[in-house]
Write a protein that binds this ligand. Structure first.
Ligand SMILES: Nc1ncnc2c1ncn2[C@@H]1O[C@H](COP(=O)(O)OP(=O)(O)OP(=O)(O)O)[C@@H](O)[C@H]1O
Ligand SMILES: [Mg+2]
Length: 260
């Protein structure tokens, strides 16, 4: 291999790295000895049965949870060793979208989008913005990226589920993180809205080069929209493979559907 090329490849640090990560909730071991690296710009789908550990893994990626043993590295920092302020700085580089959107229903859309600034804005700016919205242009740009600019001043609870998920994505865009995590972002949406949100997340990742890690129950979207698929089973990685090499047999084994 060309020497420059090989040194370039080595120099690309992963965005996320798990080293022998185990996580327990009390006595219950939710993840066991996980090793993985996720490179900048990758689109990774996490699949597996209910209780397999997908949400736990997402919470470890964004530092909401810390490992019981092993190390979680995000952007070259070992999260376990960071002081709270440094941890928050790393967390700001990771935006998360949830199944239930996590929006404040009785606020106007612009305020929910501006919540993406909260890690950076002072308390006073945030409070002031609730009366006189700040950085309206940034919010408008994010809403137009997700296709609902006209909803800027609508009340959030008057939007459909698909539109609310778009608001949650716009909030993450305003945060401008290096990586986007999505924990079952389409589980509460109908098939048509699900496809639209999947298309949107893929397009945003492709256009901006942001890493995208998504937990999904819909294998068909994992296959069609992601490059790499990680199968979790009872807290362990059963497979970690490219979408092209994922076989029906692997999926049957993941969900214990195979007949012996
Ligand atoms: N706060 C908690 N306290 C105790 N156990 C928990 C807690 N959160 C999750 N668990 C357990 O850890 C395991 C993994 O849960 P997790 O939520 O990561 O699964 P999941 O793959 O996201 O499932 P789903 O597809 O249903 O969202 C489950 O057995 C769950 O019961
Ligand atoms: Mg979950």
């Amino acid at each position: 291999m060309d020497r420059n090329l090989s040194s370039n490849i080595k120099s690309v640090a992963p965005i996320f790295e798990f080293k022998n990560v185990t996580h327990r909730f009390g006595h219950f071991q939710s993840l066991t000895d996980i090793n993985l690296k996720i490179q900048p710009g990758e689109r990774v789908a996490l699949v597996g049965s209910s209780g397999a550990g997908k949400s736990t893994l997402i919470s470890l990626l964004n530092g909401t949870l810390l490992p019981t043993s092993g190390e979680v590295w995000v952007l070259d920092r070992n999260l376990t060793q960071l002081r709270p302020k440094a941890l928050r700085q790393v967390q700001r580089q990771v935006g998360t979208i949830y199944q239930q959107f996590h929006l404040v229903d009785n606020l106007r859309v612009i305020h929910n989008v501006n919540a993406g600034h909260l890690g950076r804005w002072s308390f006073f700016k945030a409070a002031f913005s609730l009366m006189w919205p700040q950085e309206v242009e940034t919010a408008a740009k994010a809403l137009s990226q997700v296709g609902i600019l006209e909803k800027l001043y609508s009340r959030t609870d008057q939007l459909s589920g698909g539109q609310q998920q778009r608001v949650a994505i716009a909030r993450v865009l305003v945060q401008n993180p290096t990586a986007i995590l999505a924990d079952e972002p389409i589980s509460s949406l109908d098939p048509e809205r699900s496809r639209e949100i999947m298309d949107l997340l893929r397009q945003l990742s492709q256009e901006t080069g942001k890493t995208l890690v998504t937990s999904l129950h819909a294998i068909k979207f994992a296959r069609s929209h992601y490059q790499r698929i990680i199968g979790l089973q009872q807290g362990r990685i059963l497979f970690d493979t490219s979408a092209e090499t994922l076989t029906d047999r692997m999926i049957e084994e993941l969900y214990n559907l195979h007949t012996p």
